[in-house]
Design a protein around this ligand. Structure first.
Ligand SMILES: [Zn+2]
Length: 265
């Protein structure tokens, strides 16, 4: 109970910091605090550290890259409740699942969905800023930056690094008795996260809604461009960038959970 109380105090402090730094809106900060309490209850402080590694590393990466590059991109927007749930919804489901129906499945689901989200954020932030023209998986050629479904070498490398950081942290959550088991654990988690991130790119290439803007004659993922509605030219209308992120995290989580069912007993 002491750790739960300490975690609650910590979460409220981080909530205030996120508001002060304009990382989160009020509803986003409240959602984060409730999510954090459920996570500590299910997966203890070690579990909470995993999701904070994701949130903090992603925010720091975004801030540092955009400051150094002086890109024309706006600074990272304040995340609202929907965006907090878009990234934290599956981990929250895993925490609730663990509380109501304890099973190793939820631990695997939790860790791997966070690993995937970290890999994806790192890959797209680093790739879109430092990478050259990304390679599109469906068009099978290089395309201008900003189109979903494309990947860069440096972005993939960053995604691998992001995966590795969560995989290292997951050692505090997964039983491992020997050096060999430790290595297997790290490699498995990192690989699952990276596979999930690749599925994210595939979904972005084949399923995500695509639009054409007649004003600037460009293809975009956004339904509005140059202050006007853009024409839908392909992909599923409902499959927005958030839907792609949510589906690939779900895929990665379900894959990780299924493996944990056989792995940890
Ligand atoms: Zn346009």
């Amino acid at each position: 109970m002491l750790s739960l109380s300490l975690a609650m105090v910590g979460l409220i402090l981080i909530g205030f910091l996120s508001l002060y730094k304009r990382w989160l809106t009020l509803a986003g900060a409240l959602g984060m605090i409730i999510m954090g309490i459920a996570i500590v209850y299910a997966f203890h402080i070690a579990g909470l550290i995993a999701i904070f590694l994701f949130f903090i590393s992603s925010n720091l990466l975004t801030s540092v890259i955009r400051r150094n590059q002086r890109t024309t991109k706006p600074s990272p927007e304040q995340r609202n409740l929907v965006q907090v749930l878009a990234n934290g919804g599956w981990p929250l489901l895993a925490a609730l699942g663990q509380i109501l129906l304890p099973s190793p499945f939820w631990l695997g689901f939790y860790i791997v969905s966070i690993t995937e989200a970290t890999a994806d954020t790192w890959a797209s932030e680093v790739g879109s800023t430092l990478g050259k023209a990304p390679f599109h998986l469906r068009l099978w050629r290089r395309v201008p930056k900003g189109l979903s479904g494309a990947m860069t070498g440096i972005g993939s490398l960053a995604g691998m690094l992001g995966s590795l950081i969560i995989a290292l942290d997951s050692l505090t959550l997964i039983p491992h008795d020997s050096f060999k088991n430790t290595l297997i654990t790290i490699c498995t988690i990192a690989l699952l996260g990276w596979i999930g991130q690749f599925v994210d790119t595939l979904l972005g290439a084949y399923g995500q809604a695509r639009y054409h803007c007649t004003v600037c004659d460009c293809f975009t993922d956004k339904s509005h461009h140059c202050d006007k509605p853009a024409h839908h030219v392909g992909g599923l209308r409902w499959m927005t960038n958030n839907a792609v992120n949510g589906l690939s995290s779900l895929f990665a989580g379900a894959l990780g959970g299924s493996i944990f069912l056989f792995w940890i007993n």
